[in-house]
Design a protein around this ligand. Sequence first.
Ligand SMILES: [Fe+2]
Length: 203
Amino acid sequence: MPLTLGERLYSQPPLPYDYGALAPVISEEQLKTHYDKHHAAYVKGANDILLKLDKARREDAEIDMKAICKEFNFNYGGLTLHQLFWPIMAPPGTGGGKPGGKIADYIEKDFGTFERFKKEFIQVAMSCEGSGWASLNYCGATDGVQINQVEKHNVNVPAQQKFLLLLDVWEHAYYIDYKNERAKFVNGWWDLVNWDEVERRLP
Ligand SMILES: [Fe+2]
């Protein structure tokens, strides 16, 4: 018996650490709000659209497919990017520092040095207009790594690339802790990077 739609809906995986684990870089209140309110809203948003589509199809009702695709992409992008974001962070002391191993080799191959990569990544994070993400992606065609800027959750996402490292620079990601000082968040965030997880995402 195939699973019903209700049994196949998206879910929100648990955080791999406690709400307070990333303090002082990300406070307990900031992380709780981000995960419980914002990430959860994208999961609900994507599921609501699936249920709406299912209902319309069963009733053979008219729907605006263009609007639905746009809304779905936004919510699905949100749920996916956040799901990729949490595991690439770890409590200060266990995360942070410079990467080693294969991921360090890839960064060196394309950027020359880790410092050069970090400088470019920060520039991308700081120049997101409004809401967006900075990411480091793996490109199979070049067997290399590239920096990308994601607008909102779903614009400029390279279809054939794999996200290795991401930084959420939506205001909801840092405003409780840093108000409008995005630079403080972006610079402090490096203490949290879980390079082991980033490396695991390489092919
Ligand atoms: Fe976010």
